[in-house]
Structures are given as structure tokens and as C-alpha cells.
Write a protein that binds this ligand. Structure first.
Ligand SMILES: NC(=O)c1ccc[n+]([C@@H]2O[C@H](COP(=O)([O-])OP(=O)(O)OC[C@H]3O[C@@H](n4cnc5c(N)ncnc54)[C@H](OP(=O)(O)O)[C@@H]3O)[C@@H](O)[C@H]2O)c1
Ligand SMILES: [Zn+2]
Length: 344
């Protein structure tokens, strides 16, 4: 099959060529890819370094096909796969491998499986004509969900839903999102809105208003003052901050008494400096979240279907041009998601 792959870390080492797909295991499903979303993690997988100052990533196999967020159609089932899925069904890939037996899996937290890892990082990913994954990672999607949005659910959408569900966000609460125009940010504002929150996205891009943000504010010297005015001094109930170092202390100063800060990413660096006085005086909860569960992904599919959740596509690339798609992830002019289409 044709695939984008690299034999040693580095964007410059990506090639689009023939790749020998290994035999389908008895518990696997072969998927013909349709639409893949490009995430920061795909860039890190290719460079081999997790983020700005992060650790080296453990990648396998080599040569490696990146691509963590995948939607496609069922092509073939392994000999021992007993699901109702049939050839041609539209599906997405739950991104975390899991054994189904450890204490985390038994408690519906497959993203923490002790024998887990990310598809596209510790296995080959979806920037190829086909991907094969364990059958319990394959989730059917209804016809009402387009390929564009389907490809944003396993990581962007699910991470946002899980973060909000793990918070104590209530109807009427103020929700503030740093990185509001990003893959996860657009889901956070829309899901927050559905939960009845008053949503404030921090972004220079006013179009975020079309994606669930009641208010879009630029991050400038007046931000704290503006938030105080908008909330009548109450400040924010839930801050979602996946940007890391650069905005961390700002977030600490925007959250109100008994408020919560959630992080699932550290885009600008991982050293999160926290003023302990703010933390205890305001009784702030800081919580990390990551990915989401299989049940969460199924809930998300229903939420998306019922509420017409949207994503913004900035650029579409064919599989042949998928290297360019990865190169563009951190383009400062990016206005929405980047997707790769097989046969598009
Ligand atoms: N743990 C998990 O399961 C998980 C899942 C998904 C993502 N993540 C992580 O979460 C973070 C966000 O992911 P994402 O997919 O939403 O990323 P994204 O699509 O690249 O969006 C990030 C947004 O942050 C803003 N931004 C980017 N660089 C910035 C900078 N230097 N200073 C200030 N703002 C900046 C931009 O928004 P504006 O244009 O509005 O400024 C951008 O749209 C990443 O670190 C990612 O690795 C983790
Ligand atoms: Zn497990």
C-alpha cells in the first residue's frame, strides 16, 4: 500500500511511497482510511521529541507511519473478530491501545491502560491507504456524522469532552479556554456551551464565536481586567489550559474561588509554575486529564449527532501530500484543523 513514513526522526525524513502492510491478526480489523486529522502529537511523533522541552518519544515500528486520528471504512475482519461490523461500515479508531483487563480498563479508563499506548505512536498510524487495529478500537459512526468531523473525534473531541466531564462544570459557570481556536479548543467551547456554561475563548480569531464561544478575547495586558468585568468580579469557574508554561500563571490569576484548572497539554513548555498562596487561598483545584474512554467516545458521537457540533477545516491534503500537512501544524497562520484525505 502507499503510506507516509520515516526511518529516522525528522520531518525531512518523511517519504510517501510503498509500505508493506503486515498480515492481519485474528483479533484485528483492517480499515481503508478516509479522513485523518493532524494533531501536535503527530508532529512530535515524527520529530521524536514530545513538545518543546519534552522527553524523547518511544516510536515503533520503524519505518514508522504516523497518524493518530483516523476515520475510514471496514475492509476486512480478522478470523476471530466477532462484531456486528461489516465491510463498508463507517468507523473511527479509538486511539489508545488497551488490554481490557487491567484495573483502569475495568473502570472504563482505557486511556490509562497499563499495557496501553497510542495508535500511531507505538504502532503504525493512519497516514496510509490502510490501517489495522484491534477490533475493540473500532467504533461505528452514524451516517449523519461527516468524515470531516468524524476524524476530529478520537483525539480533539474526546480530549475536550473528557476534560469537561472530569471538571465540575455546572450550568451557568464561566468556562475559559486558552488556545480556543485549536483542535481541542473548538470542542471545549461547543461542549461547554451544551453543558450550559458561559464560554470565553482566548484567541485572536473572532470566528471562534461560531464554535460555541460567547466571547472571544485576545490575550493581552487587559485580560484579567476584562474577565473581572465580564464576570462581575466572580472570575472563572473552569479554566482549560493546554498551552502550558506561557499562560499557566495567567490562568491561576483568572480562576475564581473554588475554581478548577484543567490541563491536558503543555504546548509552550511543561514547567507549570504555581503560586501556592493563590492555590490555597482560593481553594483552586488543578487537574490533569488525558484522552478519554471508549464509553466517552460513544457518548461524544451521540452529542455530536444531536447538537450539530462543527469543526473548522483550514487545509485539506491528499495522502500523497500528507508530509505538507504535518509541516503546517504549527503554522502561525493556521485557521482551524488540517486534514488528510485518502481518495479525496
Ligand atoms: N493529553 C491528550 O490526550 C491530548 C489530546 C489532544 C491535545 N493535547 C495537547 O494539547 C495541546 C493543544 O492541542 P490542540 O490539538 O488543541 O492544538 P492546536 O490545534 O495546535 O491548537 C492550539 C491553539 O493554541 C494556540 N497557540 C498555539 N501556540 C501558541 C503559543 N505559542 N502561544 C499562545 N497560544 C498558542 C493557538 O490558538 P489561537 O490561534 O487562538 O492563539 C492554537 O490554535 C497540545 O499540546 C497537544 O499536544 C493533548
Ligand atoms: Zn488495561
Amino acid at each position: 500500500m502507499k503510506a507516509l513514513f520515516y526511518s529516522k526522526p525528522g520531518i525531512e525524513n518523511l517519504v510517501f511511497s510503498d509500505y508493506q502492510l503486515a498480515d492481519l491478526r485474528e483479533d484485528e480489523i483492517l480499515i481503508e482510511t478516509k479522513c485523518m486529522s493532524v494533531n501536535p502529537i503527530d508532529y512530535y511523533t515524527v520529530t521524536g521529541i514530545h513538545g518543546l522541552d519534552g522527553p524523547k518519544m518511544k516510536i515503533s515500528p520503524y519505518p514508522h507511519i504516523p497518524g493518530t486520528e483516523v476515520a475510514g471504512i471496514v475492509k476486512k475482519k480478522g478470523s476471530k473478530v466477532k462484531t456486528k461490523l461489516i465491510e463498508g461500515d463507517r468507523v473511527i479508531v479509538y486511539n489508545r491501545l488497551f488490554d481490557g483487563t487491567c484495573k483502569y480498563c475495568r473502570n472504563n479508563m482505557e486511556m490509562h491502560c497499563i499495557n496501553g499506548g497510542m495508535i500511531g505512536v507505538i504502532t503504525n498510524g493512519g497516514y496510509a491507504e490502510y490501517i489495522k487495529v484491534p477490533h475493540h478500537n473500532v467504533i461505528q459512526i452514524p451516517d449523519e456524522i461527516s468524515w470531516d468531523i468524524a476524524s476530529a473525534l478520537p483525539i480533539g473531541g474526546l480530549t475536550a469532552l473528557n476534560a469537561i466531564e472530569e471538571s465540575r462544570l455546572k450550568r451557568g459557570d464561566f468556562l475559559l479556554i486558552f488556545g480556543g481556536a485549536g483542535n481541542t479548543g473548538l470542542f471545549c467551547s461547543q461542549i461547554g456551551k451544551i453543558k450550559g456554561a458561559q464560554t470565553i475563548s482566548i484567541s485572536s480569531k473572532q470566528w471562534v464565536k461560531e464554535y460555541g464561544a460567547d466571547l472571544v478575547l485576545e490575550n493581552n495586558a487587559s485580560l484579567k481586567e476584562n474577565i473581572s468585568r465580564v464576570t462581575n468580579g466572580r472570575m472563572i469557574d473552569l479554566v482549560i489550559n493546554s498551552l502550558g508554561e506561557k499562560t499557566w500563571s495567567q490562568g491561576m490569576n483568572l480562576v475564581g474561588k473554588l475554581g478548577t484548572i484543567i490541563t491536558y497539554g503543555v504546548l509552550t513548555g511543561g514547567n507549570l509554575l504555581t503560586d501556592g498562596r493563590l492555590l490555597y487561598n482560593n481553594q483552586i483545584t488543578i487537574k490533569g486529564t488525558t484522552g478519554g474512554s471508549v464509553k466517552g467516545l460513544n457518548r461524544l458521537i451521540e452529542i455530536v449527532k444531536e447538537n450539530n457540533i462543527k469543526t473548522k477545516i483550514w487545509k485539506r491534503y491528499s495522502l500523497e501530500d500528507s508530509k505538507k500537512a504535518i509541516e503546517k501544524v504549527f503554522d502561525k497562520n493556521r485557521e482551524g484543523r488540517i486534514i488528510i484525505e485518502n481518495g479525496g
